[in-house]
Design a protein around this ligand. Structure first.
Ligand SMILES: Cc1ncc(COP(=O)(O)O)c(C=O)c1O
Length: 408
């Protein structure tokens, strides 16, 4: 009674690792939760209070989203991108993930997925019944595709429509895409649309961060939301910004919105206005200061001639490669690591890499973000002694991981 399309999909191994971790914890083992990708910080108080004040809001809101919210988001983004977005360019969804799914459903063509890329893109593309072209990226290119590599795929069948997923800062690599102009040239030359997943963009460590939407706005759908920068993954509020030139896509997604979730929860939308209207620079800067210090600590203390890593540039992940001949697959490697040390990582094969590549994703969020924020000053230089005090599991877990990598 199930469609073949669905029968062949498995729950992601994120869930499997969480399940094994939970069982080991129940047996009294100490687990270092470096597999889980969730902001360690709390939602800022002004936004929480606004949610409380709006709990009474009980009406269905417009399907594209509350006008005032779309208005503040349009103003906020136009200022950042130096491109004029209007409230009508924005669709509010219950998390950006759901909107991406609807995009897969309406799009007719081929999906170009760089490896590594986020775990849900490929299953969603399969459910949308579009062919996937996986593009294996290289460490020396910051784990992003080059313009030439994208062009090679398109040239095989020029007449098709192509949708490229670009996620920068990237989950899982923690890297920022630098090939913006060459990718933009390819998008303009061929029939290429880009989904720019900017969910970690507020957490890019360098202030001069730019994404493909800065360079090629007319071919780019921006996908982002509250989940990562604002610690509000569980609130489920994300949005798409779709330029006028892609209005047919916007209109079709709107139809699917009206036939599926109708509109995002009203109180959450009212509260989200404050997220974009009020100034949260201090909160975001503190988050970035902590994340970049911890990311750098992990990078410096783990890298060796047996562990290759690119230094994280944003978000809360990095992607070590453990040089060894001991394991056949990255998932076998992560199993061994978890059972022997209690350190949970996700295998690179979950992110589109060939299973014999010994890559894994490490999320450096196993600490109490609020306590860390409360303890440090704005712009304080965070030293190892602060990390030792406020993120002790990071120190202990990295130490275990390092010893394990030396034993391979
Ligand atoms: C790369 C990436 N894109 C999108 C999402 C989903 O975000 P949302 O909470 O807006 O659905 C995540 C969350 O884990 C993510 O890591």
């Amino acid at each position: 009674m199930l469609k073949d399309l669905v029968k062949n999909l498995k729950p992601s191994s994120t869930l499997a690792i969480n399940e094994t971790s939970r069982q080991m914890e129940e047996q009294g083992k100490k687990i270092f939760k470096f597999g889980f990708g969730q902001s360690p910080f709390q939602v800022p108080n002004d936004i929480v209070n606004e949610l409380k004040n709006n709990a009474y809001q009980n009406k269905y809101l417009p399907m594209q989203g509350l006008f005032q919210l779309r208005d503040v988001v349009a103003k906020y983004t136009s200022k950042k991108k130096n491109y004029e977005y209007k409230p009508d360019n924005i669709i509010i969804g219950p998390g950006s993930k759901e909107l991406m799914f609807l995009l897969h459903v309406i799009f007719e063509g081929e999906i170009i997925l760089p490896a590594p890329s986020w775990v849900s893109y490929a299953p969603q593309a399969i459910l949308g019944r579009n062919k996937i072209q996986v593009l294996q990226t290289k460490r020396e290119n910051n784990w992003f595709p080059t313009g030439k590599e994208i062009e090679e795929i398109i040239l095989k069948e020029k007449k098709k429509n192509y949708l490229l997923f670009l996620n920068s800062p990237n989950n899982p690599s923690g890297q920022v895409c630098e090939h913006l102009y060459e990718i933009s040239n390819i998008a303009r030359k061929y029939n290429l649309i880009i989904l720019s997943d900017e969910i970690y963009s507020e957490l890019a460590f360098k202030d001069n961060y730019k994404s493909i939407s800065n360079v090629c706005p007319e071919k780019t759908i921006i996908s982002t939301g509250l989940s990562k920068w604002c610690g509000a993954g569980g609130w489920r509020l994300g949005y798409f910004i779709i330029p006028e030139s892609l209005n047919n896509i916007k209109n079709s997604i709107n139809v699917l919105v009206s036939e599926t979730f109708s509109a995002v929860s009203a109180p959450i939308q009212y509260a989200a206005i404050k997220a974009y209207e009020n100034d949260h620079t201090k909160y975001v800067n503190k988050s970035k200061n902590i994340l970049s210090a911890i990311g750098k600590y992990v990078y410096l203390n783990l890298k060796s001639n047996k562990v290759l890593i690119n230094e994280p540039q944003g978000g809360f992940y990095l992607m070590p490669e453990f040089l060894n001949n001991k394991f056949h697959s990255s998932s076998e490697m992560c199993d061994d690591l978890l059972k022997n040390t209690g350190v949970a990582l996700l295998p690179g094969s979950d992110f589109g890499f060939k299973s014999n590549k010994m890559l894994a994703r490490l999320s450096f969020t196993d600490f109490d973000g609020q306590a860390f924020m409360d303890e440090i000053e704005d712009n304080q230089i965070i030293k190892d002694k602060e990390i030792q005090k406020l993120a002790p599991k990071i120190i202990e877990g990295v130490d275990k991981l390092k010893k394990w990598s030396e034993s391979l």
